[in-house]
Design a protein around this ligand. Structure first.
Ligand code: INI
Length: 190
């Protein structure tokens, strides 16, 4: 039997998408910088013109899950990282936005089989958000680590479970960055 555990090495073949909400961009820009710093220092080429990371900006956190799911469905990415900041002080619809974005991100991961990282800060004040985006620590870094770990873990599970498995009993629709879900890629084109 096996123990599956993601590592943070051999990242050169990984591909990531990062979805960033513009709302509260004072905070989300800092989360992005922390996330990029993490990926870069683990060997990922973060250049948008390179081959490893694509970026998608959306108006606010509410729009993040839709775009994250669409990107995951392409089968191109080992993980999709979602970054946003929902701040209670700003508006009474905090609760609606926070609920939908958390549900939507979880659903995007389940539906596509691609790790979709929940990097949405939910805080009572801008001060609290800034503290988590660089003043005290930068959770963007942690979200980058989660993406690296999950990408590695999913590869291990796929590689190890396919080894020595009777091909006739293996599901035909295992999703991966190199071999996306057939139905998923079809859906992405429509
Ligand atoms: N979007 C956020 O990312 N954070 C917030 O705090 C926020 N608040 O509080 O309103 C927010 N609203 C915008 C929302 O995400 C959508 O972009 C907008 O409603 C258009 O659909």
């Amino acid at each position: 039997m096996a123990v599956f555990e993601g590592t943070f090495a051999q990242t050169e073949s990984f591909r990531f998408a990062i979805v960033i909400g513009r709302f509260n961009d004072l905070v989300t820009g800092k989360l992005l910088a922390g996330c990029q710093d993490c990926l870069k220092r683990h060997g990922v080429d973060i250049n948008p013109n390179g081959t490893q990371v694509d970026y998608a900006w959306v108006p606010g956190s509410f729009e993040v899950p839709l775009v994250a799911r669409q990107l995951a469905l392409t089968g191109r990415y080992d993980a999709v990282i979602c970054l946003g900041a929902v701040i209670r002080g700003d508006t009474p619809h905090f609760d609606y936005v926070a609920a939908e974005v958390s549900k939507g991100i979880a659903t995007a991961g389940f539906q596509t089989g691609v790790p979709v990282i929940f990097g949405i800060l939910t805080t009572d004040t801008l001060q609290q958000a800034l503290e988590r985006a660089g003043i005290k620590s930068n959770l963007g870094w942690n979200y980058g680590m989660s993406a690296l770990e999950m990408a590695s873990l999913m590869h291990q599970i796929r590689d190890r479970t396919l080894e020595g498995t009777n091909p006739s009993s293996t599901p035909q629709t295992l999703p991966s960055a190199s071999s996306p879900l057939k139905s998923a890629s079809t859906e992405a084109q429509t």
